[in-house]
Design a protein around this ligand. Structure first.
Ligand code: 5AD
Ligand code: FES
Length: 357
């Protein structure tokens, strides 16, 4: 798809024309990845974070937030529940915490792999190649690291670097791919200062990197963060992308069209904007994955990356049945097995490098 076409879809407001985009994305989804919706059991196992991302409620200087790290035994109990509930994948997510020993996580991954049939996805932020290699060796299958925005100046503004490490997430994604992970990334939609041009560029990068997984969601202002406070002051600049539900569907649909075989979740941030039908509409406009939350209830409230997050008051037994009934209600079926990326199998024989546009 040409850049101009991406841009004009992002700016489209005519509902009939948008219906055509939703249909095209849904047809592409059906023919390239089928009707299965894969369940990924999400465990937010720790909320300590060393970074100060300007949008995120887990940022280090949010001192009132109680911090936790689950024990390996608690995580293994979640893994067993995930198996029992019929999910094929566990996603272990946390804040970015350099004091989390790589060996600790490698041990957890190894124990999950030896006692369950689950695929393991890690989402723990920027780390050294040595750590990523250790976790891959321990059996981790996939890694999620959103690049958040391809606008370098905007990225730097909202991600103050650690003293000893300049972020380069596109380079990180290449490293992860070289280590033979299934690689997932994505962006937030409607970050203050993000333009339509930026977002079109993000979508072109999804294609250029041939991502295996693409997760996108609306920016949601958190009052305890600099962007949350700034967001309420004054009018947005011209060309600002709105952090809306509709814009999120557009990006999901366009991601499906530029990466037809990728796994694309209908995310919690989207469900937060529309609790009734957000997940379903995401699935009907290009997505083929959902991530039920299996974090123990007592910890959920503290994994508050943005306010009013969907499913925070539910318990681990609630989300999978809820997702199953939502999937059945839209005439789709629940995926069985790992639900590996078809993109990755198609790419297996091809070179691993990618070009930035
Ligand atoms: N609004 C929306 N999404 C957010 N994330 C973090 N903070 C927010 C927020 N305030 C997203 C980021 C991150 C993912 C785990 O959650 O994209 O990569
Ligand atoms: Fe969590 Fe519906 S998905 S309760």
């Amino acid at each position: 798809m040409e850049r101009e076409e991406i841009l004009s879809w992002l700016r489209e407001s005519d509902t009939d024309r948008l219906d055509a985009l939703w249909r095209r994305a849904d047809d592409t989804r059906r023919s390239c990845v089928g009707d299965a919706v894969h369940l990924r059991g999400l465990v937010e196992f720790a909320n300590r974070c060393a970074r100060s991302c300007a949008y995120c409620g887990l940022r280090a200087d949010h001192h009132e937030l109680p911090r936790y790290r689950m024990t390996p035994e608690e995580i293994l109990r979640c893994a067993d529940q995930i198996v029992d509930s019929g999910c094929g994948t566990i996603v272990l997510q946390s804040g970015e915490d350099p004091s989390l020993p790589a060996e600790w996580l490698a041990d957890v991954v190894g124990r999950i792999k030896s006692r369950t049939p689950l695929a393991v996805t890690l989402s723990v932020g920027e780390r050294d190649e040595r750590d990523w290699a250790m976790w891959r060796q321990a059996g981790a299958d996939r890694y999620l690291l959103r690049f958040e925005t391809s606008n370098r100046a905007l990225f730097d503004r909202i991600h103050p670097p650690l003293p000893d490490r300049r972020s380069d997430r596109l380079a990180d994604l290449r490293t992860l791919r070289r280590l033979n992970y299934e690689v997932g990334s994505g962006v937030m939609i409607g970050i203050p200062g993000q333009t339509y041009e930026d977002l079109a560029n993000d979508i072109e990068i999804f294609a250029a990197m041939s991502l295996d997984m693409i997760g996108v969601g609306p920016f949601i202002a958190h009052p305890r963060t600099p962007l949350g406070r700034a967001g309420s002051a004054g009018d947005p600049p011209a060309g600002q992308v709105p952090p809306t539900e509709e814009m999120t569907y557009k990006v999901i649909a366009l991601a499906r069209l530029v990466c037809p075989r990728a796994n694309i979740p209908s995310t919690t941030a989207l469900a937060t904007l529309n609790r009734q039908t957000g997940r379903e509409l995401g699935l009907m406009r290009g997505a083929n994955v959902v991530m039920p939350n299996l974090t123990p209830t007592r910890y959920r409230q503290w994994y508050e990356i943005y306010p009013n997050k969907a499913c925070v008051t539910e318990s681990p037994g609630d989300c999978v049945p809820c997702m199953r009934s939502r999937i059945q209600a839209i005439d789709r079926r629940v995926g069985v097995g790992h639900g590996n990326s078809r993109n990755r199998s198609a790419r297996a024989s091809q070179p691993i490098e990618f070009q930035e546009p």
